[in-house]
Design a protein. Structure first.
Length: 445
């Protein structure tokens, strides 16, 4: 986006950052998931034949040192090691249960993802025991990628060695910003000194890929500070950088403060400014030889650096989710676990299901889900959808694509539709036009 365009846009009220979810992470929206479809998942798991889609495993660790002011996850900052052990035991009971189900039995994960919360909050010993047990239940012999999210301040050399040794190939560091004042103002637990130390350890251990996460538009972010953050991120020379635009969902500390002060607009940069900042960052990374591969990612070497988790998931893979509040997708059924740690643990300890809600998707919804998620890559391959779903995207979405054309958001090349950079930077706002009518305007929570 040009500065001129963004300045014009920023004068409009709707460009302000108001409370709510902006990021589209799945389809259909979560507000359509419910208890009614839980029996479908049970019967799928007990179906006589194992599934044939590639299988991934998501493992959720809900603990953090401190709650960030912009965090909208349910995280726990007060658990001691006995409580953590209880949680880990519950998750292993859950994984063992799945491994015995006919739909899963004998299948091995192609990718494993440790998310949170802060997976690196666990001690080196807890991580060793946990991953030994996970592999004993479901070996990682066919695993192409193991991703592990880290908060830089939780990493010591010994712990990083353990993380490398149990098989992590993609280490993801939640840096967010390099300025200590911005980090502190946003409630982050780490400071920049810990980032540099953790990064150096990680590089010395030769992880296959190191990703760094940044957020454009944190509290008190300024133009100059953002440019400096981008400069320092480039100097680190990560394999990938992932850049999110700050959103303020309702269950964040920032929103609570807004409500108390009677404010509708969040005290962070407006959307055009955040888009311009991401555009700037992408431009600087491109000058350093990186390639933009999605609305949020730039990659140093796209030939070598894959993101198996994202690419498989966005192409309809099965994902077995374990851990409190985690989201999974099996055989066309979305599901989520109980979102409160006590209820989740009690369910497993008492031999009950820890599931809270599910949605049996239709073939059409599965097509739309893949289409919506793949738009985030900035390109849609028409033949992929024709071959896999028998859907002619151009015909079905003629009027939506015409509107994108009117805004000069589309480029066509052979049988591929490309989003322009302007469009890519606001892709989450464009995706709703591809939703079924009944899902438009739905809550993303
Ligand atoms: S580290 Fe991540 S999960 Fe933990 S509180 Fe901060 S934003 Fe939330």
């Amino acid at each position: 986006m040009t500065e001129e365009a963004s300045d014009c846009a920023s004068s409009s009220g709707e460009d302000k950052t108001e409370a709510g979810n902006y990021f589209v992470s799945n389809y259909p929206p979560f507000s359509f998931w419910g208890e009614d479809d839980l029996p479908c998942l049970e019967s799928l798991l007990n179906s006589p034949e194992p599934g044939t889609a590639p299988l991934g495993l998501y493992y959720h660790i809900p603990f953090c040192r401190k709650r960030c002011h912009f965090c909208y996850f349910r995280v726990y900052t007060d658990k001691n090691s006995a409580q953590i052990r209880r949680y880990l035991a519950a998750t292993m009971k859950e994984l063992r249960g799945y491994a015995e189900k006919p739909y899963i039995k004998g299948r091995l994960p192609k990718f494993v993802y440790f998310g949170g919360g802060t997976p690196s909050y666990l001690s080196a010993q807890q991580l060793t025991e946990l991953t030994d047990e996970m592999k004993a239940i479901m070996p990682w012999d066919e695993t192409e990628e193991v991703t592990f999210e880290c908060e830089p301040g939780t990493l010591r050399e010994k712990k990083l060695e353990v993380i490398k040794n149990f098989g992590v190939t993609r280490l993801s560091l939640g840096i967010e910003n390099f300025d200590d004042h911005v980090l502190e103002t946003n409630g982050r637990a780490h400071r920049s000194g810990e980032v540099f130390r953790a990064y150096e350890f990680a590089r010395s251990l030769e992880f296959e890929q190191v990703n760094v996460d940044l957020i454009a538009g944190m509290l008190e972010e300024t133009e100059d500070n953002w440019k400096d953050t981008v400069r320092q991120a480039i100097e680190l020379a990560p394999d990938n950088v992932t850049i999110y635009q700050m959103e303020i969902p309702h269950n964040t500390t920032i929103y609570r403060n807004m409500r108390e002060e009677g404010k509708l607009t969040a005290p962070v940069a407006d959307w055009p400014t955040k888009r311009r900042w991401v555009d700037y960052a992408f431009g600087e990374f491109e000058k350093s030889g990186y390639t933009v591969t999605s609305a949020y990612t730039a990659v140093k070497d796209p030939e070598k650096t894959k993101f198996v988790y994202r690419d498989r998931l966005w192409a309809g893979a099965d994902m077995l989710a374990t851990g409190v509040a985690s989201f999974g997708h099996l055989g066309g059924i979305h599901y989520q676990n109980l979102a409160h740690i006590e209820r989740y643990q009690e369910a497993l300890e008492e031999g009950r299901s820890p599931l809270s809600r599910a949605l049996l998707t239709t073939e059409d919804e599965r097509f739309l889900r893949e289409l919506i998620l793949q738009w985030k890559l900035g390109q849609v391959h028409l033949d992929y959808f024709q071959d896999k779903f028998g859907e002619n995207v151009e015909k079905r979405f003629e009027s939506v694509l015409a509107r994108l054309d009117e805004r000069a958001f589309l480029k066509r090349e052979d049988r591929i539709l490309h989003l322009t950079r302007d469009a890519l930077l606001q892709v989450d706002t464009l995706l709703h036009d591809f939703f079924l009518e009944k899902h438009q305007g739905a809550r993303y929570a």
